[in-house]
Design a protein around this ligand. Structure first.
Ligand SMILES: [Zn+2]
Length: 226
């Protein structure tokens, strides 16, 4: 017998319709053994299907980072990118990735030229779309309702290297201070850290710090629309 469709509220668009379970962050970013730790939310099929290529692109941008910690998660990301780039069905995607590669000079920390390497020119707007959806999904899960329509979601991409030097940025420090006072921290193994807090006077205004695979991260803010 076919399964009865589940009707619910989509955490991304807020519409009530047929929904499916969606992993946050997208499960394609994690090896199978890590996925069991991930948060799941309900998403409508339209939202769920429309994010697939952005999620893959996001994974490619993570996999080419040279500051990923050594380990199976990083190996998984690189293997997946290799697979995507070889997949005959992914021609357009592959071409787009190849077209955005550039040769860049590499220097040692003391400034000595070490040669050139291939790097990926990142489509920041596209990476932000996935980052925004991760915050939207986590907001829905931890705060118990989709972000109200009257609120905007903004993200700031950060380079959270292992020394966390980006966290010394004064704006980031301000957010972390607020989080330290009133925030919550959730760790999902090595792969994901989430810090979040809502403001005292408005339960829908929130701050988020999200770190993936110990290397890449972003800030999220939900604020009332002007
Ligand atoms: Zn939706």
């Amino acid at each position: 017998m076919p399964r009865k469709p589940r009707i619910g509220v989509c955490v991304y668009c807020g519409n009530r319709r047929e929904v499916t379970r969606d992993h946050v962050p997208p499960k394609c970013l994690f090896p199978a053994e890590t996925r069991v730790n991930l948060v799941t939310v309900y998403a409508c099929c339209t939202c769920h299907d429309s994010y697939k290529l952005d999620d893959e692109y996001f994974r490619v941008t993570l996999s080419v980072r040279d500051d990923l910690p050594i380990g199976s998660d990083s190996q998984f990301l690189r293997d997946q990118t290799r697979k995507t780039l070889r997949d005959p069905a992914a021609t357009a995607f592959r071409k787009a990735i190849r077209a955005s590669t550039v040769r860049v000079p590499i220097h040692s920390p003391s400034g000595v030229y070490l040669g050139h390497a291939t790097a990926l020119k990142i489509d920041t707007a596209r990476v932000k779309r996935t980052a925004e959806r991760i915050v939207r999904g986590l907001y829905g899960k931890f705060l118990g309702h989709p972000l109200p329509q009257a609120y905007d979601l903004q993200v700031v991409l950060l380079d959270l290297q292992r020394d966390m030097s980006a966290l010394k940025n004064p704006e980031v420090q301000e957010v972390l201070m607020l989080l330290g006072k009133c925030g919550k921290h959730r760790a999902f193994g090595q792969a994901l850290d989430v810090w979040y807090a809502t403001t005292d006077d408005d339960a829908h205004s929130s701050f988020w710090v999200i770190r993936l695979h110990g290397a890449f991260g972003f800030l999220g803010f939900t604020v009332p629309r002007d």
